[in-house]
Design a protein around this ligand. Structure first.
Ligand SMILES: [Zn+2]
Length: 244
C-alpha cells in the first residue's frame, strides 16, 4: 500500500529569513522548521554579524532575539531601520521580557512585530507569513499611492494646459473681434496734410483687417478740414489716397 505523502508547503523560493539568536540550538530549531516549509534561512549569533548579513544578504524578513551579545536586538532593529539598504526589511523581535517599556522601545525602534517567548516554531512561521503579507500590502499601497500622485500630477498638467489653451483661444478671439473699426489702432495714425489744399487732415477712425492677429492690416481714415473729402492712409505702404 502506497502512503500518500503530504505535498510540500509551497512558498516563494526567494523568501529568505535571517534568524538572530545567541543560542545556536534555538536558531537551529527555528531554521529546520522553516526549511521544511521551503524557506531559505541564514543565521547570526550576535548583533554585529546580523547587521553585516542583513546588509549583504537583504533578507525578506529578520527574526531577532532582544538579548544578544554586543548590540542587543532593539538596537539592531534601530540600526537596520537607519540603513537605507535594510530600512524596509520586516523585523520580528522575540523577547523574554514582555514588559510594556520593552515593547514600547521595540516599537519605537521600528519592529514590525514583537513575539514573546516561548514561541513555537509553527507560531513563528505563521507570524512571519502574516508580517510578510502585510509588508507586501504596505509596498503595494505605497506604489498605488505613488502612482496616484503621478496620475494627479498628470491630471493637473492636463487641466493647466487646457486652461492655457482656453486663454490662448480667448485671446485670439479677442484679437479677432478687434478686426473692424477702431480709434485705437495698433499703429498710431500719422499727422497728415491734405494733398489737395494743404490743410490738416482730421483723423476719424481706422479699419483693422488681415488674415490673422499676427498679420494685421490697418487703414486710417481722415477728413480734410477744407472739405476736400475723406482720405485713406495705409501705414504698411505709407500711401494716402482720396476715397470719397
Ligand atoms: Zn483738402
Amino acid at each position: 500500500m502506497l502512503m500518500s505523502l503530504p505535498a510540500p508547503r509551497q512558498t516563494q523560493d526567494s523568501t529568505l529569513a535571517l534568524l538572530v539568536d545567541r543560542d545556536q540550538d534555538t536558531r537551529h530549531m527555528y531554521a529546520e522548521y522553516l526549511k521544511l516549509g521551503n524557506w531559505r534561512v541564514d543565521e547570526a549569533g550576535d548583533g554585529r554579524e546580523a547587521l553585516a548579513k542583513a546588509i549583504a544578504l537583504r533578507p525578506d524578513v529578520i527574526v531577532t532575539d532582544t538579548r544578544l551579545p554586543g548590540i542587543d536586538g532593539v538596537t539592531l532593529c534601530d540600526l537596520l531601520r537607519r540603513d537605507l539598504a535594510t530600512s524596509t526589511i520586516p523585523i520580528v523581535l522575540v523577547t523574554g521580557e514582555a514588559y510594556s517599556a520593552d515593547v514600547d522601545r521595540a516599537v519605537a525602534a521600528g519592529a514590525d512585530l514583537i513575539l514573546t517567548k516561548p514561541c513555537h516554531p509553527e507560531q513563528l512561521e505563521a507570524q512571519l507569513r502574516s508580517v510578510l503579507a502585510h509588508a507586501k500590502d504596505v509596498r503595494i499601497r505605497a506604489q498605488a499611492l505613488r502612482s496616484n500622485v503621478h496620475d494627479q500630477l498628470a491630471r493637473a498638467d492636463d487641466v493647466l494646459s487646457r486652461a492655457v489653451d482656453t486663454v490662448h483661444r480667448r485671446h485670439s478671439l479677442k484679437k479677432a473681434h478687434q478686426r473692424g473699426d477702431t480709434i485705437n489702432p495698433p499703429v498710431t495714425p500719422p499727422r497728415l496734410v491734405c494733398p489737395s489744399c494743404d490743410k490738416m487732415l482730421v483723423y476719424r477712425r481706422s479699419h483693422i483687417g488681415g488674415v490673422s492677429s499676427k498679420h494685421t492690416e490697418q487703414w486710417d481714415y481722415f477728413d480734410c478740414e477744407g472739405q476736400c473729402g475723406t482720405f485713406q492712409y495705409r501705414p504698411r505702404t505709407r500711401k494716402l489716397r482720396h476715397v470719397v
